[in-house]
Design a protein around this ligand. Structure first.
Ligand SMILES: Nc1ncnc2c1ncn2[C@@H]1O[C@H](COP(=O)(O)OP(=O)(O)OP(=O)(O)O)[C@@H](O)[C@H]1O
Ligand SMILES: [Mg+2]
Length: 354
């Protein structure tokens, strides 16, 4: 497994992983969707990766392009990563799979001519060079609406000619790769499918729309999230396996996306200081109360205690001196050097920090 240091990555590439790799199993398993969703995705990926060469002989050749569309936090990116790992597992005996994550912000649409050049370099140089190293390649592009900007949309401020050329370059690049590198699969995600170019969407072999989880799926996600907590803090095992209460909780979280549901578990741990400091003390009341407050906080009650009221007994030797590491130039021209004096240090001469 190679996680290439960022400095060694080609331009526009966020990360590169060779799959299958041990610690990549989690993503696929974490996303709770109907069985058919995972099966359809995997079948599509394997069809292209494994049989792309033969299929590229067809008049209606696949473009090796999957689009995952849907609201934020519904598991698209996680699913895409998981798909790469599971496809790589399926193909492992025929060779390794390179997963390449593209930085969608490497292609700004507001620099004249620059985005077109960047796209062209990515699709005609970077991807082909990397694809040549391994039998199978999966390219993940998040926020694809900024990569294949809908040309018919008038709602951008950037130079329309420039946007046009960049999207043209994407289409051209995808077509070339479909013909010449049939074992390359693009998995792309978007929150704004209406902002993705129509001709790009038309090239997709599969456009899968992600929805918010239904009540049953919410329950499964909660159970999964609590189960993960119980792995870290085994005292929480009874709580994590209480299916009756989990479905009661699920009712409070209807309409939430998967990300928010997972964050609820974190919010529950942060309801009380005592629990934050020792998560094995988490109770159902904490979880339910976090859900009722929708993960936030209710503004009621008296004044909060002061820091020293809360933590009166931190030993003096654990308190750090006033060496904060501020650089002098942080304070702007003409400002006085920044010094701190604490009450009990008041006798110390003020010290300049550098
Ligand atoms: N259906 C689901 N089942 C389980 N967990 C989910 C589900 N959907 C989302 N999550 C969790 O929510 C978090 C966010 O998921 P992810 O980043 O894949 O969403 P996304 O659809 O790509 O969001 P965005 O559109 O904002 O990029 C992850 O921790 C993921 O495990
Ligand atoms: Mg995402």
């Amino acid at each position: 497994m190679s996680n290439v240091p960022r400095s060694a990555l080609p331009p526009g590439v966020l990360s590169m992983h060779v799959l299958p790799a041990d610690h990549h199993d989690r993503d696929w398993d974490a996303i709770i969707v109907p069985r058919e969703v995972k099966e359809r995705l995997l079948a599509q990926a394997l069809l292209v990766l494994q049989h792309g060469r033969k299929l590229s002989m067809l008049s209606g050749l696949p473009h090796g392009l999957i689009v995952l569309a849907g609201p934020p936090g519904t598991g698209k990116t996680t699913m895409a990563r998981g798909l790469a790992q599971v496809a790589a597992l399926a193909l492992a005996r025929q060779g390794a799979t390179q997963l390449l994550e593209i930085n969608p912000h490497a292609f700004p649409s507001d620099m004249l001519g620059e985005s077109q050049r960047n796209v062209t370099r990515l699709l005609t140089e970077t991807v082909p060079e990397i694809a040549a190293r391994r039998p199978f390649t999966v390219v993940l592009i998040d926020e694809v609406e900024s990569f294949a900007v809908r040309r018919s949309s008038a709602s951008f401020e950037a130079n329309p000619v420039d946007v046009h050329r960049a999207t043209d370059a994407v289409l051209l690049g995808i077509d070339e790769i479909a013909k010449n590198l049939p074992s390359v699969l693009f998995v792309t995600t978007t929150n704004f499918i209406d902002a993705v170019d129509e001709a790009f969407l038309s090239r997709a072999d599969l456009v899968m729309r992600f929805a918010l989880p239904d009540r049953e799926a919410v329950g499964h996600i909660l159970a999964h999230a609590l189960g993960e907590l119980a792995v870290q803090w085994p005292a929480l095992l009874p709580l994590a396996s209480d299916t009756a209460r989990i479905s009661e909780l699920a009712a409070l979280c209807e309409g939430w996306d998967g990300r928010r549901i997972r964050k609820l578990v974190l919010a529950a741990l942060a309801q009380r200081l005592e629990v934050a400091r020792d998560p094995s003390r988490l109770t159902w009341d904490d979880v339910l109360s976090a859900a009722r407050k929708k993960g936030g906080v209710e503004w009621a009650g008296g004044a909060a205690p002061t820091s020293r009221e809360m933590f009166p007994d931190v030993p003096r030797e654990l308190m750090h001196d006033h060496d904060h590491g501020h650089a002098l130039h942080d304070h702007g021209p003409g400002s006085q050097p920044h010094t701190h004096t604490h009450q009990q240090d008041a006798a110390d001469p003020p010290k300049l920090v550098s």
